[in-house]
Ligand binder design. Sequence first.
Ligand code: SF4
Length: 61
Amino acid sequence: MYFPNIDRAKCTKYFLCVNICPKDVFEIQNDEVQVANPAQCNGCEACVAECPDDAIVVCDT
Ligand code: SF4
C-alpha cells in the first residue's frame, strides 16, 4: 500500500496534486490539501513530479 505524505511546511497550496492525481486521492478541505482517499493511491508519484514545492513524499507502507 502507498500513502502520500504532505509536508505542510513546504506546501504553498498550488493544489496541482489535486488535479493531477488519477485516483482522486486528494481533496481540498478548508483551503488545505487533505489525503482523503489514501487506499486508492497506486504509487505512481505523479503528484510528486507535479508539486513545485517538493512537498509530497509517497511512502510504501
Ligand atoms: S502517487 Fe499517484 S495515485 Fe498516489 S496520490 Fe500521488 S498521484 Fe495520486
